[in-house]
Design a protein around this ligand. Sequence first.
Ligand code: DGJ
Length: 488
Amino acid sequence: MAKTKTKPKPGEIPYLKKQGEAVQLIVDGKPFMILGGELGNSTASSLDIMKTVWPKLEQMNLNTVLVPVYWDLIEPTEGKFDFELLDGLLAGARKHNLRLVLLWFGSWKNSMSCYAPQWIKADQKRFPRARLKNGQAVEILSAFSKANLDADIKAFATLMRHLRKEDGKKHTVIMIQVENEIGMLGAVRDFCDLANKAFKQSPEDDEIFMARHYARYVNQVAAAGKAEYSLPMYVNAALNKTGQKPGEYPSAGPLLHLYDVWRAEASKIDFLSPDIYHPVFEEWCAGYHKSGNPLFIPEAGRGTENIAGVFYAFGQHDAIGFSPFAIEAVSEVEKGIIVESYDVLSQLSSLILANQGKGTMSGVSLNEENQTQKVKLGKYVLNVSHGYTFEWTPRPAGIETWPKVGGLIISTGTDEYIIAGCGLIVNFSSNSESGEIAGIANIQEGKIINGKWQGGKWLSGDQSHQGRHLNLSVDKFSIQRVKLYQYR
Ligand code: DGJ
């Protein structure tokens, strides 16, 4: 279980707090929903490039950017730290009203150790590498070496100390990812002498053993960082595909089948997060949303199929945040989708945050294979179908597969719901056994401005199929409010 504080104080540094069944991120005393984007790996290494990137991110309606901090650039010489780049990133984010999640590219980045400074890479004797089963060293620092751990701890703790000094009052940085997609490649575990010695004394199988040691290492890095500046910290997982063997996927990472090991060994890590590039987006959301482990998606694909999922993640799984990868490289089409969906979600954010963990909100995600979903919420059952199930829904000529669509539903009164997203047809029935029939009193399209409903068009006639259903267009993200009644 993630440890959560209970007494929020405005002005306190960001922290995690329980609300009902949910865990929320509190920033400046209030719950915060990350509408994020992660930068491509190398973009943040140049402040000149960032000058052109910041405005683009702001225009896309992001409120948070996930930005790497590169070990080799902050400690190019052992013990000599340079934070000019980081300070420039803090200034840039502040100027453009953006928060940051920092990604510590320390000992491991996608299993490898490419961000270790040269003085580490070139001194294998002092900083041992992991080895494959045949004894071959690879460019992965061994998790069994105290020297490796101490060097990472020193750099990370220095980073967090600097951050507290520069940002401890402003809270531009709201969370930290410790390392990136940890896991052994090419073998199920490290086979260096230190690892083999420890393995001989272990009753566990290779992958569990390796996960325990990765988790212990990262826990000590996080502990040292938190001792300087105690921001929420998480690790991210490269997900395993069906049929792959450990070592083909990054073995022993913070994966679902190793969840208990990671949580037991890494108590300083507040939660484990999935990087979701897989088609079964919903299953990974459900897997990583556990009691005490809030769902945060630090990386996802940028295509339409993923963006519809953002509504599902917030509505169904009380997500802390969502963040497509290489956000600065979006195509015009992808950009349009992010602008629109994040606009709608930021309008809804105070309502979503108020309803997290209370059982008053649901998420929906539909495609050609899963065309319908039944949502029981309050007095009514909402029968939700893909927009293309309705014969009058316009669709582009020659379309081969149905687009993925999604949305969220919030119960805002006994007979009232706010429904947002795209491509959904919703009809209503009573949730009681007593034979009542549900009818639509009215539907209005609208916006939420400063937390208040601002109604626009009333949607009846053809727009509600003469009072039979609510219809969210497939082509745009929008918000509608429906009022219902019951009759016999
Ligand atoms: C996942 C990693 O975490 C990212 O840093 C990046 O390498 C992407 N994969 C590339 O798809």
